[in-house]
Design a binder for this molecule. Sequence first.
Ligand code: ADP
Ligand code: MG
Ligand code: ZN
Length: 611
Amino acid sequence: MNQTTKTILMFVGALILVGVALSFVSLNTTEKVNITTIAQDIQDGKVKSITVEGSTVTATLSDDKKVQADKEANETFSEIIKNYNVDADKARNVPVEIKDQSGFAYWAGAILPTAIPLLLVIAIMWFFFRQVQGQNNKAMMFGQSGARETRGDTKDKVTFTDVAGVREAKEELTEIVEFLKHPDKFTALGAKIPKGVLLMGGPGTGKTLLARAVAGEADVPFFHISGSEFVEMFVGVGASRVRDLFTKAKKSAPCIIFIDDIDAVGRQRGSGLGGSHDEREQTLNQILVEMDGFEPNSGVIVMAATNRPDVLDPALLRPGRFDRRVVLDPPDINDREAILKIHAKTKPLAKDVSLRRLAERTPGFSGADLANLMNEGAIMAARLNLKEIPQQILLDSIEKVLLGPERRSHVMNDDERKVTAYHEAGHALVAHLLPHADPVQKVSIISRGRAAGYTLKMPLEDRTSRTSEEYKEDIAVAMGGYAAEQIFFGDITTGATQDMKNATHTARSMVTQWGMSEKLGPRTYGEHEDMIFLGREIHENRDYSDDKAVVIDAEIDRLIKEGLDKAKHLITKHKEAMERVGEKLLAQETLEREEFLNTIGLPPANEKNLI
Ligand code: ADP
Ligand code: MG
Ligand code: ZN
């Protein structure tokens, strides 16, 4: 039942009650009669006594029954007796009591008829007003911060044990928790408690989760607002929301203000496009003003999270503002195992499940990806009516998270299937035969996401930096599909478009960003700026001459051509192996790692890739 129906029902109930009460009041033992009847009764000698109260005449009859009649207000009882021709001595025998109308009854009689509807109207207005407020109608309170306040002791409390990995970040934040719990310990030694902490890390590394864990650990009020909420609805309210938020927070110090995704408001000023730019600037300015405005040891700590620290306004990072910076690293293999363990807690796993093995197969996955992986596994197992989640389903979920769901319904005709099979065989063969490329885990011609088929390669270990040789091989692997189509069919399909894009992007980055071209030397070309609304690069600040632009193009062409030549060379040299893999793919659609190794019949260029 929704709020409105409830209110209406309450009203109807109240009205019925009022009606019942009123009917009780008028429910009297006296019978209403005409004034003539009473006069007649007196004439007949049936009346014992008379009471006159205001304009009401009550007669007590000889059988103790009471009757009541109204008279005109300005007419006295004796006049009535006269007017109705009652015998004077008959009237004299009846005692008449004249009562003053009591003050309350008189006023009630005069006021209630007008007051009741008025009261009803007021009550209605009050009800509706309360409703509007209850539903948190933003139109009525748009200048307020809208921050959600949580206390540490809520039901679904998150603590540090719910966050795996990110050891350094947890250590730093433990300190913040200490500050909040025992500020005197620090101030006694003259230590200044930091005002601002900035959490930095890629998407899904657990920034929001960790901030909630700090609140849970510290057990202090926690005001949570997302950067985009400052600017969401009405222009011109961002700054007042900030003010409101800080006022509220200062009242409940010690406490934490958490601004999630602060890059939504905290991007570098003066680089904006379009209308909301001023709005952001004002909001950001207000945050800076507020942060400067309170004393360092006032017990309010501002936490903020971003996955784009590079675009933040330098003013935010100045001392006295977000001077603590906490970096959340992407999880390594041990972290990944620990994260999987956390998310496996509520899920019944089959005996054959090895979380370690899953962690090995998921380099580059973020915490959110891993949570998603376990969830996909549980969903799939439930759809198959299993009681436990087996390892194979979890392994399949890895691909689902990486590449999107399989599209078995995507119907390919025989020609398309053949081209796709040889295209994927091309990628796989080139990857298999280059010394630095990642080992092939799986080849398939089942459509996934937008790709017609896919070759799944996974690095053996986590990597942070890579060499130019590795990138060159990446380009060769990407061109493997294109090369295979050209060699076996003499033509190219659109299936190679994404591959070419990837290759071009890698080549461009090598030349312009990573200093991997001898001709262009160790410098970067072009500064990339972000467009606020789309959050991605659309605009390149060109800081090089036209001559250099020609060289950049030539270098990109060269790198791609070298990669393509390498791929073509390997594919022509091992045509039979290509045909073996291609035909096997056509026959069974998917080759797992062992099957692929058996089919290709060539040793991998990198001995490590054998296992
Ligand atoms: P971010 O804010 O960094 O983008 P979130 O904190 O929203 O990422 O993480 C999304 C989800 O991923 C979390 O709710 C949690 O389930 C999972 N997750 C991310 N990192 C971790 C981690 N280190 N330990 C456990 N779970 C994690
Ligand atoms: Mg987040
Ligand atoms: Zn391809």
